[in-house]
Design a protein around this ligand. Structure first.
Ligand SMILES: [Zn+2]
Ligand SMILES: [Zn+2]
Length: 268
């Protein structure tokens, strides 16, 4: 990390994907130089969950989340849950996810998605781990199922796509919201409105790399270094110095996910 650069936490990336096979080390190095002091690599099926754990074992500034995305809801049977339970007990696994509902692409039947979501929320309660939620066009049902299954859990809604009214409801429930590249998009007014009203002790930053590259890189492969662009836009929208956004959201990420060994002033 360059001296003086504010430490940021990239709370949601998929650097295990093939898209980085040619330049993974370089991509990680660029992020560190841009101020990223911690990365949470997020699994979306068993294989990527295992790869996320491997990345966290190999890199002192990586943590992992393990879970099965709603696209693969049908995989969430007793065997997969047993594997997730084992992976979820690893010391550097800080969350269960990404789990949730995707009614936009609907790649799995909705009843399967709901069942898979509930089973993994119960696993998170058993393991006492935070959950990272994927919610696409399923706001009401995600909130309803969380209300029924997530008592006592730390809940993080990643790539938050609701409006300010939904954000206020999530704040009331005690949830954390993560914002990414959408705050930079010309049509990202709703995300900026959410950024404006979110208290920093509930706000996390992410890129969802390789997806959702912020402007001016929209449509291209994303990378965690660009979480700095997300931080800058949030700072602009809130009228606050970017160093404050970095320090406070880093503090929030450490608290929400228990990133031991990381401090808001940089890696210890
Ligand atoms: Zn997602
Ligand atoms: Zn993701």
């Amino acid at each position: 990390m360059s001296p003086g650069a504010p430490a940021l936490v990239e709370t949601h990336c998929h650097l295990d994907l093939e898209a980085y096979d040619g330049d993974r080390r370089e991509t990680i190095r660029r992020a560190r130089q841009a101020g990223v002091a911690g990365f949470v690599n997020v699994g979306f099926n068993l294989e990527s969950s295992e790869r996320s754990v491997a990345l966290a074992r190999e890199n002192g500034d990586f943590w992992a989340s393990v879970g099965i995305h709603p696209h693969d809801a049908r995989e969430v049977g007793p065997k997969a849950l047993a594997t997730l339970r084992d992976l979820g007990s690893e010391p550097r696994v800080v969350a269960i996810g990404e789990i949730g509902l995707d009614y936009y692409r609907d790649l799995s039947p909705r009843s399967d998605q709901r069942e898979a979501f509930r089973r993994q929320l119960r696993l998170a309660r058993e393991l006492r781990k935070p959950v990272i939620i994927h919610d696409r066009d399923a706001h009401d049902e995600v909130l309803r199922i969380l209300g029924e299954e997530a008592a006592g859990l730390t809940v993080i809604l990643h790539c938050f796509s609701g409006d300010a009214v939904m954000a206020a409801r999530c704040l009331e429930e005690g949830y954390f919201l993560a914002l990414g590249g959408a705050v930079t998009f010309s049509n990202g007014g709703r995300a900026r409105e959410v950024a404006r009203m979110m208290p920093l002790d509930r706000l996390l930053l992410e890129t969802d790399s390789p997806y959702l590259s912020p402007d001016p890189y929209r449509g291209r492969r994303n990378e965690p270094a660009r979480v700095a662009l997300v931080a800058e836009k949030v700072a602009e929208v809130k009228g606050v110095d970017v160093a404050v956004i970095a320090r406070e959201t880093t503090r929030t990420a450490i608290r929400a996910m228990g990133l031991t060994g990381l401090t808001a002033g940089g890696p210890s």
